[in-house]
Design a protein around this ligand. Sequence first.
Ligand code: XMP
Length: 308
Amino acid sequence: MLNPSDFIQEAVEEIRNTVGDEKAIIALSGGVDSSVASVLAGKAIGDNLTAVFVDHGLLREGEAEYVKKTFSERLNFRYIDASDEFLGELEGVTDPEEKRKIIGRVFIEVFERVAEEIGARYLVQGTIAPDWIESEGKIKSHHNVALPHGLVLEIVEPIRELYKDEVREIGLELGLPREMIQRQPFPGPGLAVRIVGEITREKIGICRRANAIVEEEVLESGLHESLWQYFAVLTDTMVTGVKGDVRDFGYLVVIRMVESLDAMTASVPELPWELVKRISKRITSEIPEVTHVALSVSDKPPSTIEFA
Ligand code: XMP
């Protein structure tokens, strides 16, 4: 790769040449790749880029505010709260793949509405090298995408040739906050992959709080530097507990922390026991609906990193 500032200059020129005076749109998730692609494209075409952040109601605690704060001054930023639409469609659905499909479909529907409204002709994407290399080059470098209601957008992929560490370097050079650049990956379907069984607002609230506790404690311990991901899963297993003198019945939460290089395989490292105990204590005392916390010790394979 060129040095970061040369790369930025070239990428900005290329986007400008491609998009010209037309409108472009990008789905900004707050992850490193889409953030870097958004800022590069914003630098190139200014307000002709609309960066859309879709809130599906399955975000981490504080995520929407964090992304708004980081981008609303830097970009022509649109926050769309589509949580009612997503959660409505997910009602009663328990199959993990079905949940993913629904989330993907509703996402595109919401996104297409905005693209139509602004008259977008180009779709900027934060595709990086492993994304297309893993699909054996099946994603061509010049292509269009037809959205379900017929809108056709031309794809622009400014960081297509980069690997993750290079994207991070560019992000820092672009002035994105270091903690955003180094954050653990968070899946597109959000907490849906961490809630086993039906997704309800109550379960999202519990899962969100438990995830926040794991993140806070891991960051505080410094262990995040060596972990690929660290999170909590809300199972649909209800277990008996005792709170005060009374027997209680509540959820089983699983803590999962893994090391990995690329998420294809992952292993559970030896963890500091005080950290695990502290997280467990906080979850059961701060979330009344949870009666039991377990630690996942399974590697990938045979397990996957996420639970649902
Ligand atoms: P698994 O659970 O398959 O996860 O071992 C591997 C990596 O991918 C993330 N993940 C997803 N990311 N959409 C995403 O954008 C998804 O549906 C999805 N499922 C899993 C997971 O967090 C891990 O980093």
